[in-house]
Design a protein around this ligand. Structure first.
Ligand SMILES: Nc1ncnc2c1ncn2[C@@H]1O[C@H](COP(=O)(O)OP(=O)(O)OP(=O)(O)O)[C@@H](O)[C@H]1O
Ligand SMILES: [Mg+2]
Length: 275
């Protein structure tokens, strides 16, 4: 079964899109270097802001016929084909494919409210295509919306980026409870919390160090910590150039931290495949 990683947190600006895009790109590279028979990774952008789409494709003008919106609006029989047709190649790598977001997704939530089976409208067609990919990464919007629910229903591993600030870590508990609700309420037994990822960590800030220590020592959250990404301006510069941070500056602290995270996730992926 292809693992589907969804970056999620209802808090805005915590590094969901940065992490989704760099993890997806990092996975392609790692799979290639490991000589894996299949290096393809699919990035799905479910956020109408389309930031992940913009940086990975250079475009933000996807619409009714060539984006995730088209998939959600398609009828059940044609949705897998519509999904396949909407996927584009990222300019970052030939093996990084993108299902683009569209600004129309904003209205899609309202259009689908009350439509039978709405939360499965991504998961169902995706299940027909998932085997084509070594891994799938989903970026979500900063809310507990129907769109985020759809992303989690399609996912196997929820990754939660969080900034090392007090109220951010308090919010973690509601994210965890939301994931639990989806697993039980929508009967997705495969959905688990794949990890908590601390982003924009500045070791010079005492409050950041304190929060990270608290997180590490927490009896439940500590075990979920899967990586720490430093605050690093290379990330913003890479975004400006529509690049990933590895290509922008492979030696940047954020590149090294994302490489380590990708290694951790891939080891789990391999371990999962063996069981
Ligand atoms: N490690 C980092 N160091 C410095 N800046 C970062 C880092 N990670 C992300 N940023 C910056 O923080 C901002 C928010 O990042 P990003 O867009 O990835 O967050 P998000 O959670 O996807 O936001 P939204 O909730 O709006 O979708 C961006 O300007 C990005 O360049
Ligand atoms: Mg985002």
């Amino acid at each position: 079964m292809t693992r589907v990683f969804a970056l999620t947190n209802h808090k805005g600006g915590v590094g969901k899109s940065t992490s989704a895009t760099n993890i997806a790109f990092g996975m392609v590279g790692l799979l290639r270097r490991a000589g894996a028979p299949n290096n393809r990774v699919l990035l799905i952008d479910t956020d109408s802001q389309g930031h992940a789409t913009l940086v990975t494709t250079g475009r933000n003008d996807f619409g009714a016929d060539d984006s995730l919106y088209s998939v959600l609006m398609a009828d059940r029989q044609t949705a897998p084909q519509v999904l396949a047709n909407a996927i584009v190649q990222s300019h970052w790598d030939i093996d990084l494919h993108v299902l683009p977001a569209s600004s129309l997704l904003e209205g899609a939530e309202r259009e689908m409210m009350g439509v039978a089976g709405a939360p499965y409208r991504l998961a169902d067609p995706l299940s027909k295509l998932a085997g084509h990919y070594a891994a799938i990464v989903i970026d979500t919007r900063p809310s507990f919306s129907l769109m985020t629910e759809m992303a989690l229903v399609a996912a196997t591993d929820a990754l939660i980026p969080v900034e090392p600030r007090y109220l951010e870590t308090v919010g973690l508990l509601s994210v965890l409870s939301k994931i639990n609700d989806i697993r039980e309420g929508w009967r997705r037994p495969d959905l688990r919390v794949g990890g908590i990822l601390v982003t924009k960590m500045d070791t010079r800030v005492r409050g950041h160090r304190h929060l990270l220590d608290e997180l590490k020592n927490h009896n439940i959250l500590g075990k979920m910590l899967c990586g720490v990404i430093p605050a690093n301006e290379a990330v913003s510069y890479a975004h400006r150039d529509h690049q990933n941070v590895f290509s922008y500056d492979p030696k940047a602290p954020a590149s090294k931290a994302y490489a380590q995270l990708v290694g951790t996730l891939m080891r789990r992926l391999v371990a999962g495949a063996a069981t």
